[in-house]
Design a protein around this ligand. Structure first.
Ligand code: HAM
Length: 457
């Protein structure tokens, strides 16, 4: 094997991080909260692949979305380098090959179509937890690999379902301890016909202003005039203030849907803030769009984004099926929790305790080591969690010291006497007492003790 040069060192790629055992305590807490809530709302888990064909994202998120234009981690298909890479000759000019999913909705909708659900069981309520990838400039709360907890529901267009999805997102944060300041900012993107009228009005409005807009805006004017509204350039934002609003073009049906969503949420006690500035950066949205914000965090990025996407499945070649969902980012959630001093230590106590061994097997002499290995195997086979022992030839004194440092709940000791008598000395580290237990009974004995002390056994 080549020897590494002294100067050579390796780091996790920019915008990614190692989730070490200690970091995973909080992440596991977020995951179990998500899973528990999803189950209580009767959402089932789905795990699509981390890679999808690039053209899937170009088609569903929109060719002019920031995600597709600038942020995709794309790998060419083998043999495709230098070619268009898409399978069908007439497909879009989007880059070919595969892309690490920048979000979950497109892949889940693809799975819904591919699984033929529209025909056999159109109503599906699904959730996912997993990594997403976006080639963004890394900054506080934004990473290139990040985890989302998302839900997607297909097959129903009731405004009460939009409300349920928003309520589920809000519950996630209240369960984690966010206070009553939590608010949901909501808007409507209308139906396609509403947006056609709005698009025409926006084009009329921006046409004479184009010379004052940035290069991105001028380029996007023809392809997707809506993108001018979420331009981050200050001078552009100023002219956006007077731009026509979608609500002026909403047909009765979509206006009614929006009113019903707001009504359901407020009557269930949510703080709903109507915010026409919520336009979301992805093309698939129709009708309800929303974000969850925690104002005490100031300008920090949204904790959650979501909305309805009634045309998505059809635009991807499936039948006309309604859909709605959201995704919560773990990264901004972790940051917010840390800033707020949440969750309380007790909420994580069991996860933290699981990092410590319940049982440490000590060998008094070198000749006892095989017996402690056998004892550890016996305890593990009996289902005890978690059992460890020394492999670094430590003295018995050092083994005891290590067991204490690891906060092992019990220490099981085997010396020559115990070996001869087929017994084990079990020391309760918290209580400070010890007992000699026959080897054949030690698993049952420890099980009882650990159950009594409420530790995982
Ligand atoms: P999104 O707003 O792009 O929507 O992302 C949802 C959430 O993911 C954001 O509010 C943020 O918390 C988190 N997030 C996004 N990018 C990053 C990043 N680079 N680093 C850390 N966290 C990030 C979607 O992804 C849609 N698929 C949501 C959806 C589901 N709409 C309907 N169904």
């Amino acid at each position: 094997m080549p020897t590494a040069q002294r100067s050579e060192s390796y780091r996790a790629p920019r915008g990614t991080r190692d989730l070490l055992p200690e970091d995973l305590v909080l992440i596991h807490h977020l995951e179990r909260t998500a899973r528990r809530l999803a189950a209580s709302f009767h959402y089932a888990e789905i795990r699509p692949p981390l890679l999808e064909e690039t053209r899937l994202f170009a088609r569903s998120l929109g060719e002019t979305s920031d995600v597709v234009e600038k942020e995709m981690f794309t790998v060419p298909r083998r043999g495709d380098v230098g070619r268009s890479g898409t399978e069908s000759a007439e497909s879009s000019p989007a880059p070919g090959g595969y892309t690490f999913r920048p979000e979950g909705t497109a892949g889940v909708a693809r799975a819904y179509i591919e699984g033929g659900f529209a025909m056999r069981a159109p109503l599906q309520k699904w959730y996912y937890i997993g990594p997403m990838f976006r080639y963004e400039r890394p900054q506080k709360g934004r990473e290139r690999q990040f985890t989302q907890f998302g839900v997607e529901v297909f097959g129903a267009s009731s405004p009460h379902l939009d409300a349920e999805v928003v309520l589920l997102a809000l519950r996630f944060f209240t369960e984690l301890g966010f206070g009553k300041d939590l608010e949901v900012r909501i808007n409507t993107m209308g139906d396609p016909a509403d947006r056609d009228r709005w698009r025409a009005a926006l084009q009329d409005y921006f046409q004479p202003l184009l010379s004052q807009r940035c290069a991105d805006c001028r380029r996007r004017y023809e392809r997707n005039v809506f993108r001018l509204l979420d331009c981050k350039v200050e001078a552009c934002q100023e002219t956006n203030a007077k731009a026509p609003r979608l609500r002026e073009f909403l047909a009765e049906e979509s206006a009614g849907h929006f009113a019903e969503v707001r009504n359901a949420l407020t009557s269930l006690g949510c703080r709903v803030v109507e915010d026409p500035g919520i336009v979301r950066g992805l093309d698939y949205y129709t009708r309800t769009v929303f974000e969850v914000h925690y104002p005490p965090l100031g300008a920090r990025s949204a904790l959650c984004g979501g909305g309805r996407y009634d045309g998505l499945v059809e635009s991807m070649g499936g039948p006309a099926v309604a859909g709605v969902g959201f995704a919560i980012g773990f990264t901004p959630t972790e940051l917010a929790l840390k800033q707020l001093g949440l969750p309380p230590t007790e909420a994580l106590a069991d996860l933290r305790a699981a990092l410590n061994p319940a049982v440490y097997c000590v060998a008094i002499g070198a000749e006892d080591r095989l017996s402690t290995l056998g004892l550890a195997s016996q305890l593990r086979a009996a289902g005890l969690t978690s059992v460890t022992l020394d492999y670094r030839e430590k003295s018995s004194k050092a083994q005891f010291k290590e067991a204490g440092k690891m906060q092992a709940r019990f220490v099981c000791v085997i010396g020559s006497e115990e070996r001869a008598a087929q017994t084990v000395v079990v020391k309760d580290m918290a209580a400070g007492n010890q007992e000699s237990v026959p080897l054949s009974e030690v698993s049952a004995y420890l099980r009882t003790q650990l159950k009594e002390s409420d530790l995982p056994a």
